[in-house]
Design a protein around this ligand. Structure first.
Ligand SMILES: C[S@@+](CC[C@H](N)C(=O)[O-])C[C@H]1O[C@@H](n2cnc3c(N)ncnc32)[C@H](O)[C@@H]1O
Ligand code: SF4
Ligand code: SF4
Length: 345
């Protein structure tokens, strides 16, 4: 089991694409740690506590020290993985240094080209800013953090440049497509991001991009993780600032498919995504299509593409990309032709 916690919705950045701006009724709500401890009691085998938000560094370091103390006292194996914009660390490294150096704590960050990732004064978080943060991590903590880049229509031409940056930094980045939650009102079409992953593979840059590596495994039946795991709802849970509880962090952003916390803490166990008929596939013909695992790997993406009438456009494009994706997976087969199922709006 893994656990995502979103301690607060508060963030020092103002990203235009941010998926997590409506996760609390009360903007200043903070997640009560007793909820986290109850979860760890129920699932002591928890491997990773992924901290998201808002921004994790909007909490005081003591918040995370209390989690570490609980883990040590109860002899639990979990590690803590923070995903943060790291700007508060850049400004005041001393405040965070001891925590980041703890053997249970890992730090990842986010950076993308374009004009969407904005600092608190609404100026762009530039590559130069990012190098500053990354250099500070290297100098003080001993490594450069890996990073997530979110792709929207606005910065879609920067994907190769992003992976080249990861190569220069010697980290593996994740080029993720934008989901439709919070301030981002439209998803980035899945087929378009797969076209980018094929480009990354063709450029020989896949060693530095996580999702391209996942694509290279997916159709071979090798195990993959989010956003390409149809059984994700048995292996991950999310607790938000006000204590509401979900399997997937992205459904949590929409406050959709909540799980009854008490029920699970009392020994119950539910899989809220797998049994939802509307989330089974993008369209009926997927069930006989070689691209099934690629197109239907993420339930939140199925929801987004259906809701925004993007299924047919995605499918038509995916059929064109299929031969390359099959080749990446070492599969020598031909894809069935595109068949329209829905009228596009
Ligand atoms: C919500 S943020 C919280 C952590 C931290 N504030 C940060 O930005 O790294 C978690 C991750 O989601 C990414 N993200 C934000 N909005 C997104 C969206 N609409 N679709 C996909 N990922 C998104 C962020 O870039 C970040 O990598
Ligand atoms: S993506 Fe992260 S840094 Fe940007 S506004 Fe959202 S929570 Fe803050
Ligand atoms: S290419 Fe089309 S039919 Fe095939 S799995 Fe993808 S969406 Fe479904």
């Amino acid at each position: 089991m893994d656990l995502i916690i979103k301690p607060t919705e508060i963030c020092n950045f103002k990203c235009t694409f941010c998926s997590s701006t409506q996760i609390s009724e009360e903007h200043t709500a903070r997640l009560d740690l007793n909820k986290v401890f109850a979860f760890l009691k129920r699932f002591p085998e928890t491997r990773t506590i992924i901290v998201n938000g808002g921004d994790p560094l909007m909490m005081e370091p003591t918040y995370y020290w209390r989690i570490i103390e609980y883990l040590e006292k109860n002899n639990l194996p979990a590690t803590i993985s923070l995903t943060t914009n790291l700007w508060p660390f850049f400004v005041k490294p001393k405040k965070w240094e001891e925590l980041f150096l703890h053997h249970r704590v890992g730090v990842a960050t986010s950076f993308q080209y374009g004009s969407g990732r904005l600092k608190g004064d609404y100026s762009v978080f530039t590559e130069e800013d990012f190098w500053g943060v990354s250099d500070m991590m290297l100098e003080r903590i001993g490594y450069r953090p890996s990073f997530i880049a979110v792709i929207t229509e606005e910065n879609e031409d920067t994907v190769i440049q992003t992976v080249e940056l990861a190569k220069k930094m010697d980290v593996v980045c994740k080029v993720n497509y934008a989901m439709a939650s919070g301030d981002q009102n439209k998803p980035y079409r899945l087929s378009k991001i797969y076209e980018k992953y094929v480009d990354i593979w063709k450029a020989g840059l896949h060693h530095w991009e996580h999702n391209t590596q996942q694509m290279m495994k997916r159709l071979k039946g090798e195990p993959t993780i989010c956003p390409q795991s149809r059984t994700c709802d048995e292996g991950i849970r999310t607790i938000q600032p006000e204590g509401d509880y979900y399997s997937c962090g992205a459904f949590g952003d929409d406050k959709d498919k909540a799980i009854d916390f008490k029920h699970e803490m009392n020994g119950g166990f539910v899989t809220p995504l797998r049994n939802d008929l509307d989330l089974l596939s993008l369209k009926q013909s997927c069930f006989t299509c070689l691209m099934f695992e690629i197109c239907n790997g993420c339930k939140k993406t199925i929801k987004d593409l259906k809701r925004h009438d993007m299924v047919e456009g995605h499918c038509r494009h995916m059929k064109q990309l299929a031969s390359d994706i099959l080749r990446v997976n070492g599969i020598n087969k031909t894809i069935t032709p595109y068949v329209k199922e829905y009228e596009e709006v």
